[in-house]
Design a protein around this ligand. Structure first.
Ligand code: 4NP
Length: 167
């Protein structure tokens, strides 16, 4: 059965397209094909835009292919995705407001970092320089959490692969 994961941030140009790209790439590297990954933003401001140049740069430095056109979260996401994972608390609250209005929602809506022991949000990087990255452990940690939640034992050990020598 294919598992579907939607990664959500505010603008869908920095954090969530990176999470989407990393998750897809990690699944691919492990030969896992029964996963569908997408990303979206809670806001409409950047609809149709490519990922932020800093996100593209970090992905490029880590050989992670990235291609995404920003879109906003829509009601049908709550019925079509198994997991909807928010980057920070503000994104999560926006999603939870949505859930209340989405009949038949089946998605598990959680904080991106909730699979990690520290349960930390991934802060908005837009005005603060590149504070996210494949190298700071946050995204890597989420990827592990997301993979573990969605794919179970098959990805045990991924957190070490992703965070070794980084940070
Ligand atoms: P993202 O970052 O939510 O990780 O895509 C942001 C992108 C744009 C804005 C804020 C955060 N903005 O205010 O336009």
């Amino acid at each position: 059965m294919t598992i579907s994961v939607l990664i959500v941030c505010l603008g869908n140009i920095c954090r969530s397209p990176m999470g989407e790209a990393v998750l897809r790439n990690e699944a691919l590297k492990r030969g896992i094909t029964d996963i569908h990954v997408d990303s979206a933003g809670t806001a409409a401001a950047h609809i149709g835009e490519d990922p932020d140049e800093r996100t593209i740069e970090v992905c490029g430095m880590n050989d992670v292919p990235i291609s995404h056109s920003a879109r906003q979260v829509r009601a049908s996401d709550f019925t079509s995705f198994d997991y909807i994972l928010a980057a920070d608390g503000s994104n999560l609250r926006a999603l939870e407001r949505h859930v209340g209005h989405s009949e038949g929602s089946k998605a598990t809506v959680k904080l991106w970092g909730s699979y990690l022991s520290d349960n930390k949000p991934i802060q908005d990087p837009y005005y603060g320089g590149l504070r996210i990255g494949l190298r700071n452990g946050a995204c890597a940690g989420w990827v592990y959490g997301g993979l573990q939640a969605s794919l179970g034992k098959r990805v045990r050990g991924a957190v070490n692969d992703l965070t070794d020598g980084t940070g």
